[in-house]
Design a binder for this molecule. Structure first.
Ligand code: PAF
Length: 282
């Protein structure tokens, strides 16, 4: 497995691969890899001759400095995992390599979807995500790039980003990977205490119940159910629950025929903020 720290060396190597007619698949990550990330790598390996993973904890997408400081960093284990599944190359740039002198985000307009949910609770988050994803896609120039649906709003933002910036990479969303007890896999899960980890599947259980209520209950009733359910749990604090149109990510007040909806949730479990989402089959 090739390991690159410099954009120039990586793009020279990629040009060589492309000159041999090989398709490039790309999986951008912030490291602390788990089976969810590895499923993205597997999806890429299926459809591309070459798979490249980036590991870069992007400072500009963290609105909370403590979250950035405490974000798990497990580079040696990550490299081992990637080597074991025959990943072709890993890109591990420094902050200076990606941002040169100024560690700041560009400003983007994604027609409002950046202001919903995560955008309204994490100021500047999506400008940070879009800045680094654009820089990575412009460096790697992959044919296909793979993103997990756990960050469903991020996935929609990246799709809009590529359209707006005329980036030709196909953006491919992959299903959420869950632990056996339903908890969505996240790099942040390792920061949960034993007690918190035991309680965390409550998030999935509650939104699962909420989505099954959609055939018989109104959105208001479902929201009340979720709010009240979380009130009874003293370890988990609900930040938001929203049922939104999958295309616009705007919060819905009624279900309309021919539209697709998803339930979105953000919960603080002690010092750890977790998100999840689930399709509504109504
Ligand atoms: O989903 C992530 O891990 C990050 O937001 C990403 C896409 C790698 C950008 O830093």
């Amino acid at each position: 497995m090739q390991v690159f720290k410099k954009k120039k060396l990586l793009s020279d190597w990629i040009s060589l691969q492309k000159s041999q007619g090989k398709h490039i698949g790309f999986v951008p990550t912030m490291g602390a890899l788990h089976s969810g990330h590895l499923s993205l790598v597997e999806a890429s390996k299926k459809n591309n001759a070459i798979t490249i993973v980036s590991i870069f904890v992007n400072p500009t997408q963290f609105n909370n400095q403590n979250d950035l400081k405490n974000y798990p960093k497990t580079l040696t284990a990550d490299l081992d995992l990637l080597k074991n599944i025959d990943c072709d190359a890993v890109f591990i740039p420094s902050v200076e390599e990606m941002y040169t002198a100024h560690v700041i985000s560009k400003k983007y307009d994604f027609e409002g979807i950046e202001n919903e949910m995560e955008g309204s609770f994490r100021t500047g988050h999506f400008d940070g995500v879009a800045t680094i994803v654009q820089a990575l896609l412009e460096t790697v120039k992959p044919d296909n790039a793979y993103f997990g649906e756990k960050d469903f709003q991020q996935l929609q933002i990246v799709k809009k980003l590529t359209k707006k910036q005329n980036i030709t990479t196909n953006i491919i969303g992959c299903p959420i990977f869950r632990e056996k007890d339903g908890l969505a896999m996240s790099s942040r899960n390792v920061r949960l205490t034993e007690k918190e980890r035991k309680e965390a599947p409550f998030i999935y259980q509650t939104i699962k119940k909420a989505t099954t209520m959609a055939t018989t209950k109104s959105i208001l009733e479902i929201k009340q159910f979720v709010t009240n359910t979380f009130k009874s749990n003293h370890l988990l604090s609900l930040e938001y629950f929203s049922i939104a149109d999958e295309a616009t990510l705007q919060e819905a007040t009624t279900f309309e025929k021919n539209k697709k909806y998803r339930a979105f949730i953000a919960v603080n479990v002690g010092a750890v903020r977790l998100i999840d989402n689930l399709k509504i089959l109504n």
